[in-house]
Design a binder for this molecule. Structure first.
Ligand SMILES: NC(=O)c1ccc[n+]([C@@H]2O[C@H](COP(=O)([O-])OP(=O)(O)OC[C@H]3O[C@@H](n4cnc5c(N)ncnc54)[C@H](O)[C@@H]3O)[C@@H](O)[C@H]2O)c1
Length: 336
């Protein structure tokens, strides 16, 4: 691997001649971000350990001469020359991040330390994908960035929530102590094409179950709420945050404030797919948040950002994607 650039040398380079690093680039959000960065003319280095992502998500980019893939685990130090960093590496769905909780914590904490060191070496701005899970099972609605959260430090979701909380602390201490240019987004539930069909997230679960006429599993009584942002809107928010002249003083919520109960979502998916699936009820998992809705006032004033894709439009695109994947099972298996 190449020697890291000194900050001065990095500045001498013409903008765009060094790659933008996307960690977790072969995952759901990362693959869309890589695609959009390429579309905007960047060189992209997609780094991933393929834990929950897959090469299938980026195989259409592999032929692009401005795209490279690097298999690496962010818990291990790395030395690269990059112009900017987007740190998305981390399993995001509970069944996936609970499979190896210690590795999940290490991904958030050691990953943050390794990428912050890389940002310093390269004098590069760094974006970090934080999460609405910072707010835990919130006691305040909608959640503003000023809310400190209500999270359980030792429950089954803690490996993710507390890892992400510690990562935020590491980022802000590096900003204060070392002058790193870091921008943090607290991402709320996002959906769209290339979610893993098997990773247990509510939209992909419902869509796949509806399309296959399998029972639709609804955890709890369905009255818990979520707000769902379509992936293209979210990626636009990432890019606007990185395009700001100065990093905001704190994290910025990115998500769609249109709240819907999980029960209504299930019914909508059944109606849109014309499915014969039945809705079946299962116990709510421990520490599952009852209500989740972002206050996006800051994103509006700082970034001029708000979601533009309606739930019906986004669901239609997502259903079409999963329908195509389910009718090509080889593709489905290759993408797992
Ligand atoms: N999708 C959402 O609704 C949502 C909400 C809040 C936060 N986020 C955050 O956004 C980021 C991306 O989420 P996603 O939905 O695309 O999930 P995903 O599981 O599809 O993608 C995560 C990617 O990170 C990779 N990865 C995991 N651990 C790694 C490690 N140690 N080293 C290198 N790569 C590793 C995985 O293989 C995968 O490709 C995550 O950090 C997640 O916490 C997502």
């Amino acid at each position: 691997m190449n020697e890291p650039l000194s900050p001065a040398a990095a500045r001498e380079r013409a903008p765009g001649s060094l790659p933008v690093l996307v960690t977790g680039g072969a995952g759901f959000l990362g693959s869309h971000l890589c695609e959009e960065l390429l579309r905007r003319g960047h060189f992209v280095l997609c780094l991933d350990n393929l834990l929950t992502g897959s090469l299938g998500n980026v195989e259409h980019l592999l032929g692009n001469e401005r795209f490279r893939f690097l298999r690496h685990d962010v818990t291990e130090p790395l030395s690269l020359r990059v112009s900017a960093i987007y740190n998305l590496a981390c399993a995001a769905s509970p069944p996936q991040y609970q499979r190896d909780p210690l590795h999940t914590i290490k991904t958030s904490v050691l990953g943050a330390l390794n990428l912050l060191a890389l940002a310093q070496e390269n004098d590069a701005p760094i974006f970090h994908a934080s999460t609405s899970e910072i707010y835990g099972d919130p006691a305040v609605h909608p959640q503003t960035e000023a809310y400190w959260g209500h999270a359980n430090s030792w429950g089954p979701r803690a490996c993710y929530d507390e890892g992400k909380r510690c990562a935020e602390t590491l980022f802000y201490e590096h900003i204060r102590q070392n002058g790193v240019d870091a921008r943090l987004a607290r991402i709320f539930n996002t959906y769209g094409p290339r979610m893993s069909p098997a990773d247990g997230r509510v939209v992909s679960n419902f869509v796949v179950q509806a399309l296959t006429n399998a029972d639709i599993t609804l955890y709890g009584d369905g009255s818990q709420t979520r707000s769902f942002c379509f992936v293209s809107d979210l990626v636009e928010g990432f890019l606007r945050l990185m395009a700001l002249d100065r990093a905001p003083a704190g994290p910025v919520n990115l998500g769609n404030p249109m709240e819907i109960t999980v029960g209504e979502l299930a019914e909508r998916v059944v109606a849109m797919t014309g499915s014969r699936a039945r809705i079946v009820y299962r116990p709510l998992p421990q520490d599952d948040p009852r209500q989740r809705c972002p206050d996006i006032t800051q994103a509006g004033s700082l970034l001029g950002w708000r979601p533009t894709v309606t739930l019906d439009e986004g669901l239609a695109l997502t259903i079409r994607h999963f329908d195509a994947r389910l009718s090509a099972p080889d593709l489905l298996m290759a993408a797992e």
